[in-house]
Write a new protein. Structure first.
Lengths: 503, 177
């Protein structure tokens, strides 16, 4: 059976069912969407198990029976399988969280279908093996994200959302021109085929030009240093459930595509570009964490942290050794879970204090010791305190950096970690430690308990990554090796063998 | 935007509507190997409805539409996906095409009947529906009406929200920064 298309089709069909059969919000629709999200997660796990049983050899599906480079292929390798699992898991948790966040009668009717469409776009981005199809997947994802961003926005929010829209539309236009340039240069848009042609061209300037153009495009999506200013102001207008989803996944899609392009598609000899990326990554970490220190509401602080953490991942990519790529994948796994759960914890805090502005928060540690414990665990994990998951991610990145003699960059990364810890302490002191504000703290209602449980589930997963760092790192290693192994990828895409394995 | 008050236009619009749609369906059917197809056909049909709305007024157009346009678009996507899924029943890959080549037709000459045509029809409904919906919303809000009719509102807005036109000048900074 062709199972590779289903991670894309299931969310689309769910969104369609939401708009055709159950157009209005209701309990039945909520249950249906939650079941579908759970099914998507199970499917992703199943695909991941199959991929890793094959030691990360990519599974390939030729859509419409057209073989590669003529037709469009979907490719699932180790990294894509990991990302699929994470995306569907986060979407499941965020959908459940949004149920607790909004009562049924106040739910925005378009929110669930759009969330499913967003998941469909993200899943297709992970699966596609074709540059133009990647563009289409990005568009599905971005159009859904534009709509979700402004769904419940007032005019102030729309002002903040505008840069997001403008920058990303510019990015899409640039992507389209880069894809056109790539087609003119390589005569194909299939990634495996581009890899063959690019290897033949060697160090040609034109190849570098295409790489730089594509890096600018994906740098916009990922939020790398000069291109991130759209992010920290636009994410805070989202509700916490959507914020958790956006912050966990959308920028990481950019990181994923950068990994895919540099490791699988283009030759591994672009040293100048790696050097440039590493300095940009260092600047991203430092400047964004300073931004986080300057904010005084939870969503603002967390939004800046997204950018800062992207710096670590890009830094790992820029070191560009197999170990560094594995470290990057490990870091992505750790980061998606931690970031989303911090958002969820912040969202729960919002319901206790009826505000997420630090000046008006307080007393959470007394009101809910569990929530305080969860926050402390995740904040320390984000900062990188052993033995939590963040420590292992950072340790691996620092180790490869020191091995390569990049002392300044490692120093910057350590400094950024300390500043991260300080800004997390800021939330801790203001929201959890200081006495309750005048209005007091809400009593824990059933929705608040449900939110705490969901944040707890995420924290448990994160703890699992921290304490089970070795198996998770082994998975990242397998994924990184198959990601760097261009000939294996090409063989899988072009041969009958790979095709049958995917069917 | 008020409807145009011209007798000639009102009398002829029905004919124009019919002609545009005949050409649009012709475009849809010839699209297998020639320029045309669902996207172009859908755009033309969408345009024909826009003409109708310009002449007769948007509220009347909305009353007369057989199906809410967005529902038609969703139906189109469903049709396209189902036409892609059908080959799975026979163990073929997603979107594998099955055709029956029908020759000797008047006007068209030949017609490929099969899953690609179904897919194209899906695109036709999607593009047509979205075009009509977009233009209706824009036209209604430029003519001072709320973007959605009272019957539609529950499908697009939560009970907490007012129209963006109403809340535009209220103070609403939730972050207090």
């Amino acid at each position: 059976m062709n199972s590779l298309i289903w991670p894309f089709l299931l969310p689309i069909l769910t969104a369609l069912a939401c708009s055709l059969a159950f157009g209005l919000p209701g309990v039945g629709r909520r249950v249906f969407v939650a079941l579908s999200a759970a099914a998507q997660f199970v499917l992703a796990l199943f695909l991941a198990v199959r991929t890793f049983q094959g030691e990360g050899v990519p599974l390939v599906l030729n859509i419409g029976g057209w073989s590669a480079s003529l037709g469009i292929v979907l490719v699932l390798d180790g990294l894509a399988a990991i990302m699929l699992c994470l995306a569907t898991f986060i979407s499941l948790i965020c959908i459940l969280f949004s149920y607790a966040e909004t009562p049924v009668r106040f739910e925005q009717p378009l929110r669930l279908p759009l969330m499913q469409l967003l998941v469909a776009g993200i899943n297709l981005t992970f699966l596609t093996g074709d540059l133009f199809n990647l563009f289409v997947a990005f568009e599905i994802m971005l159009v859904a994200s534009y709509a979700l961003l402004t769904l419940e926005a007032n005019d102030q929010d729309i002002k903040e959302a505008f840069p997001y829209l403008a920058v990303n539309i510019f990015g899409s236009a640039l992507f389209l021109s880069a894809a056109g340039l790539a087609y003119a240069l390589f005569g194909t848009l299939n990634m495996a085929h581009i890899a063959v042609r690019a290897a033949e061209m060697g160090d040609a300037f034109s190849v570098k030009l295409v790489v730089v153009l594509l890096l600018v495009v994906f740098g916009i999506k990922a939020g790398i240093f000069p291109l991130y200013y759209w992010l920290p102001n636009s994410y805070p207008i989202l509700s916490f459930s959507l914020g958790a989803f956006y912050s966990g996944l959308l920028t990481k899609v950019g990181v994923y595509v950068i990994l895919r392009m540099l490791c699988t598609v283009f030759p591994h000899t672009l040293d100048g570009i790696y050097g440039m990326l590493s300095w940009l990554a260092g600047l991203t970490m430092l400047l964004a964490v300073l931004g986080a220190l300057s904010r005084d509401f939870i969503r603002g602080i967390l939004s800046f942290h997204i950018v800062s953490q992207i710096g670590y991942m890009v830094l790992a990519i820029a070191f560009f050794t197999p170990l560094a790529i594995a470290a990057c994948i490990f870091y992505v796994i750790h980061h998606i879970i931690v970031k989303s759960s911090l958002y969820l914890i912040g969202g729960t805090g919002l319901f206790y204090n009826r505000s997420d502005s630090l000046a008006r928060m307080g007393g959470l540690a007394a009101a809910s010791p569990w929530l305080a414990a969860l926050f402390l665990l995740q904040a320390l994990s984000l900062a990188g305190i052993p033995p939590l998951s963040g420590f292992w991610g950072k340790y691996l990145i620092f180790a490869t950096g020191l091995e390569g003699g990049r002392y300044w960059l490692v120093g910057a990364a350590v400094l950024a970690s300390i500043l991260t810890l300080i800004s997390m302490l800021k939330i801790w002191l203001a929201a959890f430690w200081q006495p309750a504000p005048e209005g007091g703290v809400s009593k824990p209602t059933p929705p608040i308990r449900a939110m705490t449980v969901l944040a707890g589930v995420m924290t448990c997963v994160s703890l699992g990554i921290g304490f089970g760092a070795e198996p998770v790192f082994r998975l990242s290693r397998v994924a990184a090796e198959s990601l760097m192994n261009q000939s294996q990828y090409q063989e899988a895409v072009f041969s009958r063998l790979g095709k049958e394995a995917g069917q | 935007m008020k409807s145009v008050n011209s007798f000639m236009l009102r009398a002829l619009i029905g004919l124009v509507f019919l002609l545009v749609n005949i050409i649009s369906i012709y475009m849809l059917l010839r699209g297998h190997n020639l320029p045309g197809g669902g996207f172009i056909g859908g755009l033309m049909t969408g345009m024909s409805f826009i003409l109708l709305g310009l002449v007769r007024g948007w509220s009347e157009l909305q009353r007369e539409l057989p199906l809410p346009p967005l529902r038609m678009a969703a139906f189109g996507v469903l049709l396209a996906i189902l036409s892609g899924l059908a080959p799975l029943l026979w163990g073929q890959a997603f979107l594998t095409q099955f055709n029956f080549h029908w020759t000797g037709l008047p006007l068209l000459g030949e017609l490929h009947v099969g899953t690609p045509l179904l897919f194209d029809c899906g695109v036709f409904f999607l593009v047509g529906g979205i075009t009509v919906k977009l233009v209706i919303v824009l036209a209604r809000s430029t003519s001072g009406l709320p973007a959605f009719t009272p019957g539609e509102t529950p499908y697009y807005a939560s009970t907490l929200e007012g129209g963006i036109e109403e809340t535009a000048n209220e103070e609403g900074d939730a972050h207090a920064n």
